[in-house]
Each structure stands twice: as C-alpha cells, then as structure tokens.
Design a binder for this molecule. Structure first.
Ligand code: ADP
Ligand code: MG
Length: 723
C-alpha cells in the first residue's frame, strides 16, 4: 500500500491527511517535521489488546469489546444541561450500554448497525448492570483488518497531550506515516545492537508507537534510552581522550614537603581526605591536565584538600585559582587559608564583585584596587587567588596558572569553567582542574553525567562530629520548638531559620533565581524571610538579636550579616537558601527549615550541614504545613539517612533523576536528555551503554568507520550543550 515515501525530514504539512489546522497546533508543540512527530513518544500505554466477550466483562476491568450498535440516542440532562450520547452494543454473547458526555458529534459518527470496537473501563451502572463510560471507539469496516487498529483491540499509546491534540489524534497521524516511512539507517553499529540485545531503529520507531505487547513498548523505549546514554558516554569518554593529548605542568614535588604541611595543620586529615589528596597529587605529577571531581558530604573537609593541592603547586612557583559560587564562601576559603598558613609569604589574593585583598603573611594584609590585584596576578606576585565569578572577568590574566579549583561545581556552567581554564598565561599548557561538590550524587548518575571526570570521594566526616538530631515538627508543636531554641540560645548557641521566600509573590524574582525553579504558584503561602524576621524579632524572641540574609541584599550587607553571625553578634539568622553552600559557623547548632517540603532533599541536606560542625550537639527541625505522602516519605528519609550518598539514592528513587537533578544541580546545566535521565535508574542499561561506548572508541577513537554515528554524535552534542 506504499504510495509515496516519507522521510524524517518531510515537513508535516506535506504529509497527506494532515490538515493545516492540525499542523498549526502541532507547531505549538514544536512538532514540525516527521521526525519531531515520530520522536514524540507515548509516555504510557493502555493494554486494550484483549477483546472480551460482553458476557465475560467484569467491573473495573479495562477491555475492548467488539459488537454491533443496536441503538444510539442523544439525551440531555435537564439539571446540568449536558449532552449524553447513549448506545447499546451487542455481540454474540450479550449486550452492554455505553455512554459519552458532551460528545454530541458521536451521534452522527456511530451509526446504528455498524460494527465497532469500544475500549475502556467497565463500570457498574446504577441499575446494577455493566456499562462503559467514555470508551474509546473505533469503527470497523470491511477494509480494516486487525493490523489497522489504532485505538482499540491492541496496546494503545497515550501521548503527552495539550489543548486540541489528543492521543487519538496523534495515533491517527502516526499510523500512516509509519507505514510509508522510508527505511531508516541505524547509526548504532549492528554489532552493538546484537551484543546488548537492543532493537534496531526501524523496529523501535514502529514499536514505540504501536507495540503488539507491552514488552515491545518497553524494548523500544529501552532502545532510545540506550541510545542517549550511549551518546552521553561517548561524549564524556572522547572528552577524556582529548584531555590526554593536552599538556599541563607536571609537578615534581617532594613527598616530605607535603608531609611537613600536614604536620603543621591543627588536625589530622581523615583517611579519605588523605586518599583524595594522594589521588590529586598523582594527577598533578602527570604532564596532562587533571580533570577530577572531589565529592564529599557537607563538612567532610574538601577545602583543605584542595588548598593543599594549590600549596604544592605554589611551592613549584605556580599559580592556582579557587572559584566559589558566592562572596561569603570565597571569603571564608580565603580566611581558612590565612588561618592554616599564617606564614605564607608568596601572595594570596581574594577578589569578589565588591573587594580585592592580598595577604603576604601575618600582619601583611591589605585591601587594594581590583586593577592592582589583576596586575599582581599577571606578574605572578600572587600564587593563590580565591574569588567569585569576578575571577573570570575579561581583564584577569594569570602569568602561570597551573590549577583551577571550582567549589560547588554545579553552580557554574560549563562555559564558566572553560573561561577560567583559558586564563593560564602559558600558550601550550592547560591548567589542572579540580571540581568540588557537596551534592551527593548517586554513583550511577555520576558515572554517566560526569563520566569525563575522575572521581575522588570523601565518605567520612572528621572524627569530632556528632550526628545531627533531625525532627519533623508539625504546626501544633511550633511553640515547643521555639521554647527549645530559646534554651539553646540562652546556653550561648546560635540558630539558623531558613525560609523558602524573601517576600510576597510576583516581586520575588530573586527567589526564583536563588532556587532555579519557575513553578511558584505552590509557594503562595510559604514562609517569607522578611515576615518571619519581623515575627521572630518582635513577637517570639524580642530579647534576642535576630539577623536577616537574602539574595536581594547588597553583597556588602550580606557579608555584614554573615560576619555578625560568625562573630556571635547575632543569635538567630533568618535566611533564604543563600546560606546554602559551604558556610562554616561552628557555634550554630540549631537549624530550622520552614516549609521544608518546598525544598529538594539534596538542598535540605545541604542546609542541615550548616550545623553540626562544632563540638556541640546539633539539631535540625523541619517545619512543614504539608501532609502529603511524598512529603512525609521524603522528609523521613532525610531524618533517617546516614550519609548524603544514601539520601541521594533515596531521592532518586522517590522522585526520579529529572527532578533530582532539577533542583540540586540546575537542570539546564546537566543538559541530559529526558529518556537518559529516566534510564539512569536502570543500572543494567547504564552499564551496557558505557561498555558499548568504550568498545567502539577502543577500536575507532575518531569514529572513522562509523560516519552515521559520528554525525549523530555531533547533533547530540549540540542538542545537549555538553561542550
Ligand atoms: P566541605 O567539605 O563541606 O567544604 P569544609 O572544607 O568547609 O567542608 O570543612 C568543614 C570544617 O571542618 C572546616 O572548619 C575545616 O577546617 C574542618 N576540617 C577539615 N578537615 C578536618 C579534619 N580532618 N579534622 C577536623 N576538622 C577538619
Ligand atoms: Mg565547601
């Protein structure tokens, strides 16, 4: 029945049978070409494949019946003024009533005596008999055989729908297109398909829309998920190979000098800190750039490990740049450095949007103009510079940059990281790159999403830490919670109160920026920092010193608030999520999170990590006004989780990777395709896709023998902006 061949690139308005009106609607979904439509996958399927004899139907069963329309009429309910189409359908075994609301047009479509399939859920009618309400119908004619069924009598695809485009409409379009589609060339090598039992593309396209069995649909979806994961792995592995060809400064440090530095620290490094440092030093020895991710729970002590790496290079006369996502953090790292290396006299700098400082050993610290700091960096008069985004300003050039450290790496885009890497000052050398993240990402995810990075993991906390006692508090117990805080503050402790918003809706763009979310309807009655500040300082704790911190404050004001808190001039700090990352205040031992359900688990985990850093027993109180099951499940897992990694696995389980990455990493930056994100929950697929990518690159790193694969890969890279 082939009339004309359709290709993936054929515009839909050239396909016979698609009217201009429908094309317009599709365009709104960005579906313009055949390819777009075919890759608009069903998100679930209804199994209507069992055609059941009417007398065998059971209540609540989903089934298809096949019968003759005995009668059909249009009624109107006089109360609600609704149209009801009611039909009586019978097969050899019996008959059943079917009704449709507000689908007046059916009366002209479903004619008496015609043969139809009806598919849907069987329910009990008020008179005790069975009925089908709102079944999907399909009229059978002599021309139509079983092969041709689209909506009934088979496994039926359900598509993401929008106004005016129904699943039925899409099925109606796709069926003939698939029948006339030219044969597609599969860009996945056939040996890989065979080895990993992956469906070939023509088969997959057909079965994803019109599977015979549910298993077919699963296999088809797996094919596309495998494809995405395979490409992600290819991109990452190729990136890795590329870096091996680049040159970097290789340090010939003396182990003794490292040991001496360690001896001078006020504490002993934990075992995993030592191991991570060792891995970093091994990388720095090599003549090509390190590309390593240092992962560790909040408070696990990543900073000192990174700083030691920078110190080793400083001993070689090389420079390091340490970039943090906020001014508060950049400053804290700089202060930490000064504390541990009081006598360091080769120049340490700090640059943020509002200030520049330089330190040449105890007593030798000065504020300077940014321009002067830039000059010093260009003359190698400063070995280590801490800073914010200010570090990637155009006019900063280092004279001999050998290491770039990026704290909370997910806060920075790929481009920003690349910017900093360009500032080396040496033509042929690339700096080593150490990224750090406290976001505990499950290992499977890391391997796929960040497969171009080598991993170091700090999976223990320094010995002096106590477990943080975490409790979910409902509104009834709020007063008790306040009494508890009062007691702690009286003992000299400090508390954080985190609120999801700054001020009432609409004006609150800052909130969206801070949380990287756009859905803010559900936030309408969420606690607001400003309001809570008033409430706490005037009503609840008028005798305590209350401070406020949020993203709309000027950097200077933010620093001031943070400094006061650090210096114990503030007892309770009311804040938005700006306080989220890395801030270290060891006297604070109570963390209250208002509307805890409004935050992602990973984020909550990070908040909680702000306390429990000192010698005092710490507490985290999760306030919530929500009683949903998911909320409960999520908050409970925070209470129970032993480590961030364990929690991450849970979060992934409860919400799926899309959501998980969405709020902890900034979805846009991961850029991973949707299917791949879902597939990451399938460890088998993750493993096989990686093996497949490795095996292809091993024999053919340039993909010379796989032109189709290579060009697809290039498209893929553009799509996901991984480079
Ligand atoms: P994070 O991994 O969250 O960035 P930090 O590097 O900020 O953690 O470290 C948290 C605190 O723990 C800092 O005050 C740091 O000085 C301290 N610290 C780091 N390593 C150790 C250790 N081995 N023993 C004791 N305290 C440590
Ligand atoms: Mg940190």
């Amino acid at each position: 029945m082939v009339t004309s061949q359709i290709s993936l690139q054929t515009p839909l308005n050239e396909v016979k049978g698609i009217g201009p009106k429908f094309c317009e609607k599709l365009q709104k979904l960005k579906i313009e070409k055949v390819k777009d439509l075919l890759w608009h996958f069903p998100f679930r399927y209804e199994d209507f494949s069992n055609i059941v004899a009417i007398k065998d139907l059971k209540v609540n069963e989903r089934a298809t019946i096949q019968g003759i329309i005995q009668s059909i009429k249009l009624r109107r309910t006089w109360k609600k003024k609704m149209f009801i189409v009611e039909a009586l359908v019978s097969d050899k075994s019996g008959s059943i009533r079917a009704i449709w609301f507000n689908q007046k047009f059916l009366i002209t479509m479903l004619k008496k005596n015609s043969l139809v399939n009806l598919a849907g859920k069987v329910s009990q009618s008020s008179d005790g008999g069975l009925m089908m309400s709102h079944p999907v119908h399909e009229i059978l004619t002599y021309k139509k055989d079983a092969e041709d069924l689209r909506h009934t009598g088979r496994v039926v695809p359900i598509y993401p729908e929008t106004k005016g485009i129904t699943s039925k409409g899409i099925r109606f379009l796709i069926k003939p297109i698939i029948d006339q589609l030219e044969k597609l060339e599969d860009f996945l090598p056939s040996e890989i398909l065979k080895k990993h039992r992956i469906l070939e593309i023509n088969e997959a396209v057909k079965l994803v829309h019109f599977p015979e069995k549910i298993e077919d649909a699963i296999a088809a979806k797996q094919r596309f998920a495998f494809e995405d994961l395979f490409f992600l792995n290819l991109v990452n592995l190729r990136q890795k190979i590329k870096l091996l060809k680049e040159k970097a400064f290789s340090s010939e440090f003396e182990l003794d000098s490292v040991k001496k530095m360690l001896e001078n620290l006020p504490f002993e490094l934990t075992h995993s800190q030592k191991k991570s440092l060792w891995e970093i030093l091994q990388d720095i020895k090599k003549p090509h750039p390190m590309n390593r991710l240092l992962q560790g729970d909040v408070g696990s002590g990543k900073t000192i490990v990174a700083i030691l790496g920078a110190m080793v290079l400083a001993n070689d006369g090389k420079q390091s740049a340490f970039m943090a996502p906020t001014e508060i953090l950049a400053r804290q790292h700089y202060e930490t450095f000064k504390k541990f290396f009081k006598n360091f006299d080769r120049g340490v700098g700090l640059i943020t949007g509002s200030m520049a400082k330089v330190f040449y050993g105890d007593g030798l610290e000065s504020d300077l103009k940014k321009g002067d700091l830039v000059k010093k960096a260009g003359n190698n008069e400063i070995k280590i510079i801490f800073g914010t985004h200010a570090l990637i300003q155009k006019n900063i050039k280092f004279s001999d940059l050998a290491l770039v450290i990026i704290d909370e790496q997910h806060r920075f885009g790929v481009r920003q990281r690349a910017e900093l890497l360009k500032k080396t000052g040496k033509e042929i050398l690339m700096p080593h790159l150490l990224s750090m993240s406290a976001t505990p990402i499950p290992r499977t995810l890391t391997l796929t999403m960040f497969g171009d990075l080598d991993l170091s993991i700090i999976d223990e906390l320094p010995k002096n830490r106590k477990e943080i006692i975490t409790k979910i508090v409902d509104s009834k117990n709020r007063d008790n919670a306040y009494a508890f805080i009062r007691g702690q503050v009286k003992k000299g402790r400090q508390a954080f109160v985190i609120c999801p918003r700054i001020e009432p809706a609409n004006e609150d763009e800052e909130f969206i920026l801070e949380n990287k979310r756009s859905w803010f309807n559900m936030w309408d009655n969420a606690k607001m920092v400003k309001e809570e500040y008033e409430n706490l300082s005037q009503k609840i704790f008028p005798d305590f010193r209350i401070g406020m911190l949020h993203g709309k404050m000027k950097p200077k004001e933010k620093n001031e608030a943070m400094k006061k808190f650090k210096n114990r001039e503030i007892d309770i700090l009311v804040s938005t999520s700006v306080v989220e990352v890395g801030v270290d205040i060891s006297n604070a031992n109570v963390m209250i999170i208002e509307d805890a359900d409004k935050f992602g688990l990973a984020q909550l985990y990070q908040f909680r990590g702000r306390v429990g850093r000192g010698e005092h027993q710490s507490f985290c109180l999760l306030f919530t006004q929500s009683f949903s099951k998911t909320t409960n499940l999520r908050l409970k897992s925070l209470v129970e989780a032993k480590s961030g990694f364990e929690l991450a696995e849970k979060d992934l389980e409860i919400r799926g990777p899309g959501e998980f990455l969405g709020d902890s990493l900034g979805w846009a930056q991961t850029g991973a395709p949707d299917l791949a994100m879902k597939a990451i929950r399938n460890p088998e697929l993750v493993k096989s896709s990686r093996e497949a990518a490795e095996s292809v690159l091993k024999i053919d790193p340039e993909l010379k023998n796989y032109p189709a694969l290579k060009s697809r890969l290039e498209n893929f890279q553009q799509d996901v902006h991984l480079e």
